[in-house]
Design a protein around this ligand. Sequence first.
Ligand SMILES: Cc1cc2nc3c(=O)[nH]c(=O)nc-3n(C[C@H](O)[C@H](O)[C@H](O)COP(=O)(O)OP(=O)(O)OC[C@H]3O[C@@H](n4cnc5c(N)ncnc54)[C@H](O)[C@@H]3O)c2cc1C
Length: 331
Amino acid sequence: MMDLSLNNISTNHSSQTKYVKMVILGSGPAGLSAALYAARANLQPVVITGMELGGQVSLTHTIENYPGFPEGVGGQELVDLFQKQAERFGAIVEYDTATDVDLKERPFRIKTYNSEYLADTLIIATGAQATQLDVPGEKELTGRGVSYCATCDGWFFKDKDVVVVGGGDSAIEESLFLTRYAKSITIIHRRDSLRAGIILQQRAFNHPKIKFIWDSVITEIIGEETVKKVNIKNLQTNEVSELITDGIFIFIGHIPSTQIFSNSLDLDEHGYIKTDNLLSTNVPGVYVAGEAGDPDFRQVITSAGMGAAAAMQAIRFLQAHEENQPVPIKS
Ligand SMILES: Cc1cc2nc3c(=O)[nH]c(=O)nc-3n(C[C@H](O)[C@H](O)[C@H](O)COP(=O)(O)OP(=O)(O)OC[C@H]3O[C@@H](n4cnc5c(N)ncnc54)[C@H](O)[C@@H]3O)c2cc1C
């Protein structure tokens, strides 16, 4: 059996610089799943949590599509369990944020607010953020009628009236998806035409459940326990009107948290880190898991799966290097 263990995290480079086998950036489902797999390979991975401990899931009231929880599970509760399980096998969770990386040579250098790490492998699981409208009521009602994910929350809006904000491919695809559940979908767009592809547009225009409000923006989301209505401003006339609704889905962009890697890794035009199908980046030994490299699936289960896969790849990489053999992976 391979022995990838470290004696301990050592501090032999400088008092502030810690040498470790693996650093994982991010404490969402991808990062904590990677930590579980790496910890079980005895690597004592260091997880740098970032500002959002638990990632996006921790903002979610209930997750109903993660297997193993037939009654659903609280978002915070789920990531607490992820963390506990990873720590049980020796993962080290540091409440800190990476500010800079130097990936030119191994060990990679990772600077954080409080420390500096030298790591033989790096797993990037820094996730992404849905762009917010930034209007009153949005934060307070997130998870209580305000959503950024139709796959996650569409089910809660069976036979309800919902509003969708946006005019790009995501907004229209997600609106079409919502037609499975909702009674009506009103798409509010700030321009007088859509940016989405023409076939999607045609499907939306022809769908009996979908209607449009053009040249308009939401200025306020109103409700107490749940969303009740939204205020809409017409940008041509400045007139403000009210629309009664049960929910609001916001699809105005999704920004991967990858800025600190822009000088060291290949990113696509939207900022997602490019990987091959084995989650390798253009730097051997650096892997990406979850939404930092995934514009397509964006779910807890897919992110967790990628975390496990990235850790397995990193373990193979280390094993090959320690045995001084050719690396049996694409890089
Ligand atoms: C409101 C809401 C509801 C959702 N509901 C569901 C649902 O019901 N079902 C479902 O499957 N999915 C749901 N999702 C989507 C799901 O939460 C995400 O797909 C998943 O969390 C992505 O996991 P991740 O680990 O890739 O990234 P994230 O969860 O985004 O985590 C990223 C992590 O990286 C950290 N980080 C960022 N920058 C740095 C840095 N510089 N240094 C160190 N750490 C850093 C952050 O602090 C965070 O811990 C929902 C999302 C939202 C926002």
